[in-house]
Design a protein around this ligand. Sequence first.
Ligand code: IMP
Ligand code: MG
Length: 178
Amino acid sequence: MNEIVRVLIDEAAISGAVKRLGAKISEDYAPCGARTPPIFIGVLKGSFVFMADLIRALSIPCEVDFLTAKSYGLNSETSGAVQIVKDIDADVKGRDVIIVEDILESANTLYRVCEILRGREPRSLKVCVFLDKDAGRKIPLAADYKCFDVGGGFVVGYGLDYAEQYRYLPYLAEVNIK
Ligand code: IMP
Ligand code: MG
């Protein structure tokens, strides 16, 4: 097991930030009124905890779907082609889509996922992330919605893993992966 170095963001701070973000998104999408509600598309697996809390912080109707994307390339993390290996069930044509991701780093994965979904002609497409790790950006993609900015260290918990471990932690921690 790797050692948890320190708690970066505790449960109370996460809860407050997610509630504020839910209120903001609700405000932004309220004018949609009677139109088909926005659909939140979570990128598995990391987004599932954030998604669960985020949708319960909304005061507007919504739909939820999930996809799994895999990147293939020179190194396992970021470079190369991205393929959707588990697709959403919904038809997003003409819909307001909000992609939900745990953390935006290089943006390689999310950039391609956005391209693929845009090809399906949604009415609008926005990106909502729990964390923004700006220092690792390789493609200039900005999140429309985010809870926190984080530095360069490797973080786990609240859905984020290291080798599939630590997703269950209710707080965000920095883990020493060396
Ligand atoms: P990228 O934006 O294409 O580099 O990919 C971001 C993905 O890398 C996230 O969805 C995570 O799965 C993973 N990732 C990046 N940084 C971290 C981290 O600090 N902890 C856990 N997963 C991370
Ligand atoms: Mg992920």
